[in-house]
Design a protein around this ligand. Structure first.
Ligand SMILES: Cc1cc2nc3c(=O)[nH]c(=O)nc-3n(C[C@H](O)[C@H](O)[C@H](O)COP(=O)(O)OP(=O)(O)OC[C@H]3O[C@@H](n4cnc5c(N)ncnc54)[C@H](O)[C@@H]3O)c2cc1C
Length: 450
């Protein structure tokens, strides 16, 4: 059934689902991008050089340890923008002196703080607990992501692993006190953990090398194993995010190898991420399904399907080396592939559990419609959104009885800065669904087949 592209029955259901969701968004949230600073959005969407400078800034921000440091980098990158808009000229002048830099850093931090509370649920797992509970009471589960480790040393990787362990303890200790929410606690395959943590392999080892994946895999495994044990003992779910292509092989090898170990046969529930912007993703799905089907593990592997957050990085990297780009370059091709992978994943149950992570109303509605059309129950499909960008979509989905999980970053302001600029860049790209939605593209076009 999964080969049938644009089946009329699925399209009709999809339109109905999409329209109902859209109608239930509060008026103001038809422009979710408004959550981002309007001026920053305007500048970033118009100026290619500024975008490039911001991309470089995002890359170094996690390594900044102070406001002074942050401002030095910011001004360094902005210096490369030829025709600076007035606010940038002011920033450049401020960055010329130490007090100026501190003030600029503080101003940047102030701006970040202003936006951050929408995107980041707290600066520590404990401080995030209030929001996690609120989400749960409102009908949405969560997964916590710890921001802010640029792991270049063993000590940093150890610290990240320790923070993950502490986060698991904190959330798993609080979660049993949340009220019952049957819709979020089980699907037809069995119970679903309340506590859920997303981790990044690049933060668990400083040794990720695409030419020597075993090095990073073995080093990350040392830190991942105790986390899997802890998640198993606490009854929590551990999800491994996917990053740029350099880390893909290490990440996949690590997951398959660890989950195959005898001690993890009964648990914990664990998951990985498939990125539909990769041309190779259909083959990667073959490998994932082959592994899942032969695995004797009890909890089914959760596969989170995303489009991919490192598109610009992959394009730049490939061009620099004269390689063929590993990602689709036409957005519609990526969207079509996303739908094909959605159908294949839904057809592959019960070997896997499926999580569709997107803010694109068409992509989400397609998953719901295809699931129903192929006889699936709504509770056997999870829909995931990012805190801050997908809030209203998440509420609308939950109100319609869908199983929703909100991805909740936790971290301080400096770490938050990189996260926010990344989201800013993603959503000022002309091809972003949220950007189109914000520009007032009619609903029929938003729901049209890619
Ligand atoms: C809960 C959650 C968890 C996530 N976890 C991860 C993760 O672990 N790893 C990860 O990489 N990402 C992750 N993401 C981010 C995700 O990959 C997307 O970047 C983001 O959700 C935007 O996609 P969309 O479907 O919401 O929006 P859309 O606007 O429909 O799609 C935007 C995406 O399309 C792709 N794209 C843009 N331009 C082009 C083009 N010209 N040609 C081809 N493709 C293009 C890019 O991937 C871009 O991000 C996560 C997202 C969510 C909601």
């Amino acid at each position: 059934m999964s080969d049938v592209e644009h089946d009329p029955g699925v399209e009709a259901e999809l339109n109905e689902v999409g329209r109902a969701l859209y109608a239930s968004f509060p008026q103001r949230s038809r422009n979710p991008v408004k959550a981002l600073d309007a001026r920053a959005m305007e500048l970033a969407s118009q100026d290619a050089e500024l975008r490039a400078a911001l991309f470089r800034f995002v890359d170094v921000t996690p390594a900044c340890r102070s406001l002074d440091d942050l401002a030095r980098h910011l001004s360094g990158y902005l210096n490369e923008v030829d025709a600076k808009p007035p606010p940038l000229e002011v920033a450049m002048r401020m960055a010329g002196t130490k007090p100026g830099r501190t003030a600029l850093g503080a101003a940047a931090a102030g701006g970040v703080r202003h936006m951050a509370h929408r995107f980041i649920v707290g600066d520590s797992p404990r401080k995030a607990l209030g929001i996690l509970r609120e989400l749960w009471e409102g009908g949405a589960a969560s997964t916590v992501d710890l921001l802010g480790e640029a792991t270049v040393t063993e000590a940093e990787a150890d610290r990240y692993a320790a923070r993950c362990a502490e986060a698991l303890d904190t959330i798993a200790e609080a979660a049993p006190r949340w009220p019952e929410r049957p819709q979020l606690e089980a699907d037809s395959l069995g119970p679903l953990p309340r506590a859920n943590l997303s981790v990044k392999v690049s933060a668990l080892t400083p040794h990720i090398r695409p030419d020597a994946p075993a090095l990073g895999r073995d080093d990350a495994a040392r830190r991942m194993r105790p986390l899997l044990r802890k998640a198993r003992d606490l009854g929590a779910h551990l999800h491994i995010d996917m990053e740029s292509l350099d880390a893909l092989e290490t990440t996949m090898d690590l997951i398959f190898e660890l989950l195959d170990e005898d001690e993890f046969r009964e648990g914990p529930s664990a998951g990985l991420v498939l990125q539909a912007y990769l041309r190779e993703s259909p083959n990667q799905l073959d490998s994932i399904l082959a592994w899942a089907r032969q695995s004797p593990r009890k909890p089914p592997l959760v596969v989170r399907l995303v489009k991919g957050a490192y598109w610009d990085h992959e394009i730049v990297e490939a061009r620099q080396h004269g390689w063929e780009t590993p990602v689709f370059e036409v957005k519609a091709e990526c969207d079509r592939n996303y739908e094909q992978l959605t159908r294949r994943l839904l057809d592959a149950r019960p070997a896997v559990r499926v999580a569709i992570a997107s803010h694109n109303l068409r992509s989400i509605s397609h998953a719901i419609a295809y699931n129903r059309h192929s006889g699936g129950e709504d509770r056997d499909l999870e829909l995931q959104v990012l805190r801050g960008l997908g809030d209203e979509l998440g509420y609308a989905l939950a109100a319609q009885g869908q199983r929703v999980r909100v991805y909740c970053p936790v971290g301080d302001l400096v770490a938050g800065m990189a996260y926010l600029v990344r989201r800013l860049l993603e959503n000022t790209s002309n091809e972003s669904f949220l950007h189109e939605q914000a520009m007032g593209v009619p609903l029929e076009e938003l729901l049209a087949a890619p």
